[in-house]
Design a protein around this ligand. Sequence first.
Ligand SMILES: [Cu+2]
Length: 351
Amino acid sequence: MISPVRTLPKADAAGPPSPSLIPVATNPAEEQVPTTFHTEQRQPLQAPVELRSANRQLRTAFTVEPTTFTVAGAKVKGYAYQGNYIGPTLRVHPGDTVRIDLTNRLGEPTNLHGHGMFMSPIGISDNVLRVMKSNSFNHVVWKLPPDIEPGTYWYHSHLHGLVEPQIFAGLSGVLIVDGLEQLLPPELQTIQQQVVALKDLQVKDDAIVTKNIDSSAPTTRTVNGQVDPVLTVQTNQTQMLRLANIGADIWYRLKLSGSQFTVIAQDANPVAHVWTADELVLPPGKRYDVLVKWPEPGTHTLETLPYTTGPDGDNYPQRRLMTRCRSAATRFQMSPGQPLWLRRLRLQPTT
Ligand SMILES: [Cu+2]
């Protein structure tokens, strides 16, 4: 089920400093994911705060400022749109208008970009050349076309020269255009959906490192700002995962144990033909909307596998990102053989 709208929490006050750049000792018996700062792990997966449009409009305020937020239980300094490491998920319909009143308290300029959407690139719309100066108040109005494709998009700061450090610091979030589920067969149109926002950070002196990043250096990878959270999916239950790499730099090579990815949309384009994959590679900005289903009870994992971006590129190690918890209950039973929904998916070819 889609998580309900929640009021925006304020970031907690700063707590005691957490050790930085001290790798946590990995205890194989506890199966902890190694991280460069102390993290809570195996907590239930939490969706980012979600804001939904009403009456064809989503209106909100972003006060963009340096803050201390919680990442996997640790207090970390970074930049936030509304107080959290992961910006709020903006959930809209085709044709909606998104109005964001952005107050910039960063002490440096910024701007705001809706990634992958077909919108006006000028004026106060999706204008990546607009400079929102420090200590300024800025109206942003995004008019989504009525025929915009449903799926998973994202937004982030996009000021030339500061894009990467500001995204590293925390300035990114997910935007969902509703309607993808309506392309599925009737029995799947109410399936549970999960935002799986992939975002990584390096931490030094309790602050996110934003400049002169060595992307091959130890990096903590999060899902929705959590380390190795637990996703509860019952046996043979189909769920939609909205996979989105909303980080600045790092690539992911995703693999599930016990299930394949069934891809229904790529970069918010519903696919012409549903396809399945054992692995999916997500460079920064990449999104896949996938269906997953585990036919066996037990504990399974979502991992990123070792990956290299080339001889002059970066090398990323294997990391577990999320754990699917043990459950033997059966809620949704597929027919044997080729699942019916693979043949009945009503998707239009994309150009
Ligand atoms: Cu972008």
